[in-house]
Design a protein around this ligand. Structure first.
Ligand code: C2O
Ligand code: CU
Ligand code: CU
Length: 418
């Protein structure tokens, strides 16, 4: 607008989509799309104003997952948007380039709203020049993964849920069944988001891929890995090498998720799923090599951690507590670095997402920026956490399991940043 702010209008509304041959599926989507949402792009330093209009038949919220912003703008359960209303969120983007996303967060109904189709990407850009493939839709391509099963009438099947949540037998990539990508360059950067309510994906391409970014931004330097495990809510930016005319299938491979056999199976851990076929042209434009240095951002300093907090995960509970919107569970000082220990005392795999926070897993050599981390059964994950800089003595942020059924069933606590 005239004040130099980036103004985004976003409407959440019912739609209808033809995913398969056969009856269409009633869906919800953002921005006029029947399913999913438009990619929002903003630069570090920019003032962003997002006006979300709710045309759904029920109250929703819109949360900016991974964004550092004031609690009142967070779009969690405390920022409801009633049907017919518009909620305006505004903040200054101030974090490194990263692949973030937005989705509903109404307490007790997040799984249902996301499952209907509400989810989109937010790409943060910054002024650091890194020579990675960067032409959106050409060699810098979003891969939003989610899974659904279909009932005979075409609607999404919500009847078959187990303790892990709602798993589907059909993968949708950017809302498309059995997708392919025409590739014109020797390297493509895929921004992979796991937007599934419960399913984890171990994403591989049949040959090693180069991991360049995680939830919160680019790695210090690229890492060649056989595959990348993404639990619900996590993101990875990978660079895949392509040879002229040779098709490659991005696939999700089995992973036990640290669970015993029956639970691993229930969690979809034995499934192999084709995600996306890459179809390189017979002549490819050469892409530059992945730079050896991707980010010079200083890591969090364990020595600066002021205190340690412990979160014990059990069945739908954190520290034995179920989410209560009227109770504040933790109070954290703005800008503080702390150690948070996540101990999974349950037989199910869980993961933990912290709002407004930049996280690094405390383990030798681990420098990836995260906001959502897997916590396998019986395991303890130690994190360096930095929250802030925004303080608000009244409105809390959330920490919760991002397996959405667990979140809805109470596996969420609230913390204030003061
Ligand atoms: Cu992606 Cu609290 O959520
Ligand atoms: Cu979030
Ligand atoms: Cu969980």
């Amino acid at each position: 607008d005239a004040a130099g702010r980036r103004v985004v209008e976003l409407t959440a509304a019912p739609g209808e989509s033809a995913f398969l041959d056969g009856p269409t599926t009633p869906t919800w989507g953002y921005g006029g799309l029947p399913f999913g949402g438009p990619t929002i792009r903003a630069r570090r330093g920019e003032e962003v104003v997002v006006r979300v209009t709710n045309r759904l038949p029920e109250t929703t919220t819109t949360h900016w997952h991974g964004m550092t912003l004031p609690a009142r703008m967070d779009g969690g359960p405390h920022q409801p948007i009633a049907p017919g209303e518009t909620w305006e969120a505004s903040w200054r983007v101030d974090q490194p380039a990263a692949t973030l996303w937005y989705h509903p967060h109404p307490h007790g109904a997040t799984e249902r709203h996301v499952h209907r189709g509400l989810a989109g990407l937010i790409l943060v850009d910054d002024d650091v020049r890194v020579d990675l493939p960067g032409r959106y839709g050409v060699d810098d391509v979003p891969v939003v993964l989610t899974d659904r099963s279909f009932a005979p009438d075409g609607s999404f099947d919500t009847a078959h849920r187990n303790a892990v949540g709602l798993l589907g037998d059909t993968v949708l990539v950017n809302g498309t069944v059995a997708p392919y990508l025409d590739v014109r360059t020797t390297r493509v950067r895929l921004r992979v988001l796991n937007a599934s309510p419960a399913r984890s994906y171990r994403v591989g391409a049949g040959a090693p891929v180069t991991l360049v970014g995680t939830d919160g931004g680019l790695l210090p330097s690229p890492r060649v890995v056989p595959d990348v495990l993404l639990t619900p809510g996590e993101r990875a930016e990978i660079v895949v090498e392509c040879a002229p005319g040779r098709r490659t299938v991005l696939r999700s491979l089995p992973d036990e998720l640290g669970a015993v056999n029956g639970i691993a199976i229930a969690a979809g851990g034995h499934d192999t799923l084709d995600l996306l076929e890459l179809r390189p042209a017979d002549r490819l434009e050469p892409s530059p090599a992945v730079p050896a240095v991707l980010s010079r951002e200083a890591p969090l300093d364990e020595g600066a951690a002021l205190r340690t907090r412990r979160f014990v995960l059990s069945s739908n509970r954190i520290n034995g507590l179920a989410m209560d919107m009227g109770r504040v569970d933790e109070v954290v000082e703005a800008g503080a670095t702390e150690i948070w220990e996540l101990a999974n005392r349950h037989t199910l795999p869980h993961n933990i997402h912290v709002h407004d926070a930049r996280l690094q897993v405390l383990s030798p050599g681990e420098r990836a920026w995260k906001d959502t981390v897997a916590v396998p059964p019986g395991r303890t994950v130690r994190l360096l956490v930095r929250v802030g800089p925004y303080a608000d003595p009244e409105v809390p942020y959330m920490i919760h399991c991002h397996m959405l059924r667990h979140e809805d069933d109470g596996m969420m606590l609230q913390f204030l940043v003061v």
